[in-house]
Design a protein around this ligand. Structure first.
Ligand SMILES: *[C@@H]1O[C@H](CO)[C@@H](O)[C@H](O)[C@H]1NC(C)=O
Ligand SMILES: *[C@@H]1O[C@H](CO)[C@@H](O)[C@H](O)[C@H]1NC(C)=O
Ligand SMILES: *[C@@H]1O[C@H](CO)[C@@H](O)[C@H](O)[C@H]1NC(C)=O
Ligand SMILES: *[C@@H]1O[C@H](CO)[C@@H](O)[C@H](O)[C@H]1NC(C)=O
Ligand SMILES: *[C@@H]1O[C@H](CO)[C@@H](O)[C@H](O)[C@H]1NC(C)=O
Ligand SMILES: *[C@@H]1O[C@H](CO)[C@@H](O)[C@H](O)[C@H]1NC(C)=O
Ligand SMILES: *[C@@H]1O[C@H](CO)[C@@H](O)[C@H](O)[C@H]1NC(C)=O
Ligand SMILES: *[C@@H]1O[C@H](CO)[C@@H](O)[C@H](O)[C@H]1NC(C)=O
Length: 868
């Protein structure tokens, strides 16, 4: 009820309003069961003159033939439906008004559409159930607000403003064209496709141009395209500032000589003024113009008598999907050119009066295929909705309400040229755009040559001919960056005016105009300014490296020698030389030397973590074993030549060779285990200065590594100290001397190792340690075994008990003296071949004239016998 009252009061308002203006405007009408409204800007503007008495004169001027043709498209489509009886015995009529391209004028006239729905009016006429038109968004927005009071759906064929997609505000608005957001996207796609990143924009302060410019900015910004300038013209063609704006726009275009692509959302008349001025200046010619739908079908903007299209340059137009113009052409061909036969359509009859028999031809030149598509589709949509509504009711007697029609329109599935269409939830119809290329024909311009299509749903351009590819035309602020360079913005400059910086080392860019240089993948490198990465060479001590071959030869030689020495020792097991150097310990020593040599091999080749751990552990343990064996030996020597029986007996008790070795090893095992558990050595890699990838073992816990070496060093120091004490022992028993030597070699080589190891970089770091290990091992092998082998093999006569004993006795006598013995005692002692040496009197044997003769029973055990 509220609703009724509401609409009732409005009806009164409209009746008053329309009574006031009925006479003042023309309208084209046709009878029918269902009347469809049409709102076309048959005149493009209104000339308002204010009289002295304050009243206004409004005259629609700038008659547009093209828009008259558009109203005829609607007429033709409706007549065709009636003719073919597509709705059975139901007929469609029309009521067409001239919006004069002006919102106020349109609003003044709209009540004509609504009056019919009011029951109060005396002159009851058939109601308008739907309105086609409102070409300009600004008009459509105002008109649909008003029409929505009675739920009259408005289907526009040209209002593309994104605002109208908002169905909470414009629930009665639909359109057969896509909204401008998509057009902006299509334009940015064309710009991007041609690599035009520095473009000028001509726009107006109207609803349409403002919105589409904003959307274009949004999409181009994403693609890195910048606006070199944006010139805003007043939307109203009668604006007093228009002339000034046109002038300053022309100046802007001429000043920006490097901007060869200009996108324009201005009206056709704006463009006409601009080209008139621009083409007088040689700097203003030969540019690429991207025309939005608003002027892309308006060839009349160019005065072909004065200029040709090639003066302007190239015009690429975006148009709505084109329709089939065959039927319309036939309709215009068949048009009755007698004005008095068109009294129901004053617009047409006025035109016919003016142009006479050329009318038909004139009108045919003004057919916009895109308008044919969208207007015809709008009619089809309404017809389909009516058909859907009237399938199960007699609409002739009980005609549907606008609200019912609106509901049916939302659901309608209508078809044209074999394709099905329907409105999306925003009331939009998102199909595609045609991209046209203007062509100069002998006299006029052909603006209907479709060169590409832009599909809205797929956001993709499909080229029909290659002409839209303008590869040689560039529109850039700065030259593009080559591969190997990246863009760097210059402060205070737009994003598109950048500089090119070569990519830093180990980064690359393989496209022109890269935003940034990408880092090379692992194992790849690049030099400064590279467009690709090169595989990194991997570096390590390779098996075929000459140095490694030499070192490994020494290693194998050492191993072979160790084995040979072992065999010689085993073969001469019971000879004094072997026995004096403690056979079993020597064999352990040889074994550990063998392992040490083996550990050297682990230092070559490509490192892996197991190898890295094994090499240090094996070396550390084997060499500790080596040194402990030597230590045991040096203890023994000192023990054998300790003459003080008391000390000797104490030492003898302490002297447990295998226990000592085990304890020494245990120390090293603790160090090594700690190392391995805490942070074991791992294979690692680093990038060297010559861009190689160096593989190396990372010791990780350097203190542990140091501790391992220092521990060996401490043992060696003990050896050295002990052996040094016994360095003057008899020649055949001169182990001590050689141990001293071996340890000296060891110390010197490891002392050198420290600084060299720290300073050498690259793949030869392991070689340093190899050399040092080899020197130490060879030192031990030579000093400990070679002299003995020499005696065993070459001086067999020296390798007898007898000569041994003689040596020792001579030594003892020389060094310890036998002063205390009488001559005969001494002789007796000397005569006892088993006697090693004779110790003079000591506190243990307080008998005067007595000496102690020492017998060697076993290399270690010595027995004594009193000699008096
Ligand atoms: C508006 O109309 C008046 C006469 O009514 C005319 O003098 C004037 O030039 C017109 N203005 C424009 C901009 O067409
Ligand atoms: C129109 O056609 C419908 C059926 O399609 C029929 O019921 C109705 O009577 C017809 N009306 C007229 C006036 O012919
Ligand atoms: C107009 O009003 C009369 C009664 O006042 C009613 O009978 C008729 O159906 C109404 N017509 C329309 C079109 O609403
Ligand atoms: C246009 O481009 C040329 C060459 O790239 C350049 O020398 C000139 O300075 C540019 N002109 C302007 C106005 O930027
Ligand atoms: C247009 O329609 C006519 C028939 O009405 C048809 O013969 C012609 O092939 C159509 N043209 C196109 C381009 O579809
Ligand atoms: C259009 O819709 C009709 C049914 O309404 C269907 O038979 C036809 O196949 C559809 N055509 C296309 C191209 O989808
Ligand atoms: C592009 O360059 C080719 C030759 O390099 C020329 O033939 C062609 O006309 C040029 N196109 C344009 C649009 O300048
Ligand atoms: C550029 O490099 C990227 C990443 O490495 C690669 O996917 C792409 O194929 C390269 N492009 C060219 C043209 O080489």
């Amino acid at each position: 009820m509220d609703l009724m009252k509401h609409s009732f009061s409005f009806c009164i308002f409209f009746v008053v309003l329309s009574h006031h203006g009925t006479k003042s405007f023309e309208q084209a009408t046709a009878e029918g069961d269902i009347i469809i409204g049409g709102l076309f800007p048959i005149h493009e503007s209104v000339n308002v003159t204010v009289n002295y008495d304050g009243s206004e004169n409004q005259i629609c001027d700038r008659f547009s033939m093209a828009n008259l043709v558009q109203s005829l498209i609607m007429v033709q489509a409706l007549e065709e439906i009636n003719q073919k009886q597509e709705l059975g015995n139901l007929t469609l009529g029309y009521l067409i008004l001239d919006s004069c391209g002006d919102v106020t004028t349109s609003l003044r006239k709209i009540p004509s559409f609504m009056r019919g729905n009011c029951n109060t009016s005396a002159q009851q006429s058939s109601p308008v159930l739907a309105v086609i038109g409102g070409y300009y968004s600004e008009i459509a927005i105002a008109v649909t607000r008003l029409l929505n009071l009675e739920y009259i759906p408005e289907i526009s064929y040209g209002a593309t403003s994104g605002l109208l997609s908002d169905k909470t505000r414009f629930p009665s608005f639909m359109r057969t064209v896509p909204q401008d957001n998509h057009q902006a996207r299509a334009i940015s796609e064309i710009l991007d496709n041609n690599g035009w990143t520095w473009v000028g924009v001509l726009t107006t302060d109207g609803e349409y141009a403002r919105y589409i410019t904003e959307r274009l900015w949004y999409y181009t910004n994403q693609k890195g395209i910048c606006f070199a300038f944006t010139s805003v013209l007043p939307d109203n063609l009668n604006d007093y500032l228009l002339g000034k704006s046109i002038e300053s726009t022309v100046k802007t275009i001429i000043d920006n000589e490097n901007v060869s692509v200009i996108v324009s959302f201005a009206k056709p008349d704006h463009m006409m003024y601009i080209f008139q001025k621009l083409l007088n200046d040689p700097q203003g010619t030969r540019r690429i113009w991207l025309a939005s739908d608003i002027w892309s079908q308006s060839p009349e903007i160019l005065n072909t008598k004065k200029h040709t299209l090639s003066d302007i340059g190239t015009i690429i137009g975006i148009t709505f999907k084109s329709g089939n113009t065959t039927k319309l052409k036939r309709y215009l061909d068949d048009l009755d050119e007698n004005p008095s036969h068109h009294n129901n359509n004053p617009f047409l009859s006025t035109f016919l009066k003016q142009h006479g028999s050329t009318s038909s031809e004139k009108l045919k030149t003004m057919i916009y295929p895109s308008a044919v598509f969208s207007i015809e589709l709008a009619v089809k949509a309404i017809a389909q909705a009516v058909e859907d509504l009237c399938t199960d009711r007699d609409c002739k007697t009980k005609r549907p309400s606008p609200l019912e029609l609106r509901g049916a329109l939302w659901k309608a599935k209508f078809h044209m040229d074999g394709k099905n269409y329907s409105f999306d939830p925003h009331g939009d119809l998102n199909t595609e755009y045609d991209i046209v290329l203007w062509k100069q024909t002998s006299e006029s311009l052909d603006v209907n040559d479709i060169v590409a299509r832009y599909s809205i749903l797929q956001n993709s351009l499909t080229f029909i001919s290659q002409e839209t590819k303008h590869g040689n035309v560039t529109s850039r602020c700065t030259d593009s960056c080559q591969p190997g360079y990246s863009k760097t913005s210059v402060s205070g400059q737009p994003r598109c005016c950048y500089q090119c910086e070569p990519c830093a080392e180990n980064t690359f860019s393989n496209t022109t105009d890269s935003e940034k240089c990408n880092p090379c993948e692992k194992n790849y490198y690049s030099l400064k300014g590279s467009s690709k990465c090169l595989p990194r060479k991997i570096d390590f001590l390779k098996w075929d490296d000459v140095y490694l071959i030499v070192l490994l030869s020494f290693t194998s030689l050492g191993a072979v020698l160790t084995i040979v020495v072992g065999i010689i020792f085993l073969a001469h097991w019971n000879t004094p030389v072997v026995r004096s150097s403690v056979g079993p310990i020597s064999i352990i020593l040889l074994l550990s030397l063998m392992i040490t040599f083996t550990s050297v091999i682990l230092f070559g080749g490509p490192p892996n973590s197991y190898q890295c751990q094994a090499r240090q552990v094996v070396f550390g343990l084997s060499f500790t074993l080596c040194v402990s064996c030597i230590m045991v030996k040096s203890f023994k020597i000192v023990l054998a030549f300790e003459f003080d029986p008391v000390i000797q007996s104490v030492l003898k008790k302490l002297y447990k060779p295998y226990l000592i070795i085990a304890v020494c090893m245990a120390g090293q095992v603790v160090i090594v285990t700690t190392w391995l558990i805490h942070s074991p050595p791992t294979a690692d890699s680093e990038i060297t200065q010559n861009n190689m990838k160096l593989m190396f073992c990372n010791e990780k816990l350097i203190p542990a590594f140091g501790a391992m070496l220092v521990y060996i060093g401490l043992l060696a120091l003990i050896c050295f100290g002990v052996a040094f004490k016994g360095r003057k022992l008899p020649d055949c028993y001169n182990d001590a001397k050689f141990i001293t030597f071996a340890m000296l070699i060891y110390f010197i080589s490891w002392i050198m190792f420290g600084p060299v190891y720290v300073n050498v970089t690259g793949k030869y770091i392991p070689a340093v340690e190899m050399v040092v290990i080899l020197i130490s091992a060879y030192g031990i092998l030579f000093c400990q075994f070679f002299t003995k082998c020499y005696i065993i093999l070459c001086k067999k006569e020296a390798n007898t008990e007898k000569s041994f004993r003689r040596d020792i006795r001579n030594y003892s006598m020389d060094h310890k003296g036998i002063d205390g013995l009488t001559g005969s005692q001494e002789d007796a002692c000397k005569a006892t071949t088993d006697c090693l040496y004779i110790h003079p009197f000591s506190s243990a044997y307080p008998h005067q004239g007595c000496g102690v003769c020492y017998y060697r029973v076993h290399p270690v055990q010595v027995t004594t016998q009193m000699q008096c």
